[in-house]
Write a protein that binds this ligand. Structure first.
Ligand SMILES: *Cc1c(COP(=O)(O)O)cnc(C)c1O
Length: 396
């Protein structure tokens, strides 16, 4: 962008990635280019594009105009030099590990990472000769001590799923830099509206675009942003391994992202109001939300987040039995394994993030059987509270 004022997130949600390229036949919207290949009339131009000496596209597994616009929008929102996309969030994560980790390398992370990521750590990386150390999520000193022993990568996620714990990206990035380790942050829960990990010292920021970025639960996608050098390596790994984002999904995500800033601002506000309301409810034991002063790391959240996000969780009295009665009473919430969309979505970790764990493992992870993960939608907050009120009343 050429304006002298640095545009803010609301402006970038709309214009990011959409001003650089000339659009088809003067359309104001990014066209969906379904073409698998791009044709040339002379070999020299084709060759120059193939060697990346000239701008253009060759084959849509590598690059595609619609997908490029999506990557550029996220790149601008994250304040990154470059971005590359993937078929889904897990592809972004597994391709990042595939690009940068080799047998004998060590990765340090936290116990509360996303379920799929945790499976990579426990099931798939160790047989490839990668040493994985998972630390207690909120123990910054423990994470620093493990990093100080030496590692190739520090992998973080904040806020975490489903107990919305917060880790200090700036502090831990310093520890990683001291031993020459790269820092990767999954920013799916915070969104670029609330946190920009690269500005706090991270090297790569990853999103499951299927959640808040797209916002409408109708397209899967993933993206990773960082320096030209690192993203080039990631792009090369993905173009050969083939976890490519489809043009139609890129279009749905681009369209969803135009309202990203509006949606997330509303979700920040509503989640805060709902968290405070739940805290005072007699049927509620505990509320996890980084915006509450009672949250253990409210201070870190206040420092690294512009808003506290749309995700919260709370436990109701009566455990899983109570949840089985309470959740179906909600009129304005999908019971589903998803989050970050315009509709409110609820689910207990027992069938969402921690479905593979035993009750004992969930207890050890600090997840009560009566916990509800609540992804605040953009409905009117008074309606959401009235809905919670009538559903909780059914427990008496
Ligand atoms: C959903 C999610 C992922 C995985 O993304 P997919 O698009 O479903 O592959 C990764 N990290 C977090 C935090 C998520 O919520």
């Amino acid at each position: 962008m050429s304006s002298t004022k640095t545009p803010n997130q609301a402006t970038l949600s709309i214009w990011g990635g959409e001003t650089e390229h000339e659009l088809y036949e003067r359309s104001t919207q990014v066209p969906v280019v379904h073409s698998v290949s791009f044709g040339y009339k002379d070999i020299d131009t084709w060759h120059a594009v193939a060697l990346e000496k000239e701008q253009g596209h060759i084959y849509s597994r590598n690059t595609n105009p619609t997908v490029r616009a999506f990557e550029d929008k996220v790149k601008e929102l994250e304040g990154a030099a470059a971005a590359t996309s993937f078929s889904c969030g897990m592809a972004a994560i597994s391709n990042t590990f595939g690009t940068f980790l080799r047998p004998g390398d060590r990765i340090v992370s936290i116990k509360d990472s996303y379920g799929g990521t945790n499976k990579l750590f426990t099931e798939f990386l160790p047989p490839m000769g990668i040493d994985v150390t998972l630390c207690n999520t909120t123990e910054h000193e423990e994470i620093e001590a493990e990093v100080a022993k030496g590692c190739k990568m520090l992998y973080l996620e904040t806020p975490t799923n489903p107990t919305v714990k917060i880790v200090d990206i700036e502090r831990l990035s310093k520890a990683a830099k001291a031993v020459g380790a790269m820092v990767v942050v999954d920013n799916t829960f915070a969104t670029p509206i609330n946190t920009n990990p690269l500005s706090l010292g991270a090297d790569i920021v990853i999103h499951s675009a299927s959640k808040f970025l797209g916002g409408h639960a109708d397209a899967l996608g993933g993206v990773a942003c960082g320096s030209e050098e690192l993203v080039k390596k990631l792009y090369h790994y993905r173009e050969i391994n083939g976890a490519t984002l489809a043009p139609m999904d890129a279009y749905s995500l681009l369209r969803g992202m135009k309202t990203l800033s509006l949606r997330v601002e509303r979700q920040n506000q509503s989640a805060m109001t709902i968290a405070k309301w739940l805290q005072d409810h007699p049927m509620v034991d505990h509320v996890n939300y980084p915006g509450l002063e009672t949250h253990v790391h409210h201070d870190i959240a206040s420092k690294q987040m512009r808003g506290f996000g749309g995700m919260l969780s709370f436990s109701v009295k009566g455990g899983l039995d109570a949840i089985k009665r309470f959740l179906p009473q909600l009129q304005y919430a999908h019971m589903a394994a998803n989050l970050g969309c315009v509709e409110t979505v609820v689910g207990p970790p027992v069938v969402t993030s921690h479905v593979e764990c035993t009750a004992e493992e969930r207890a050890a992870a600090g997840i009560p059987e009566g916990l509800v993960r609540y992804s605040t939608g953009i409905e009117d907050v008074e309606d959401l509270i009235a809905d919670l009120e009538q559903a909780l009343a059914s427990l008496n």
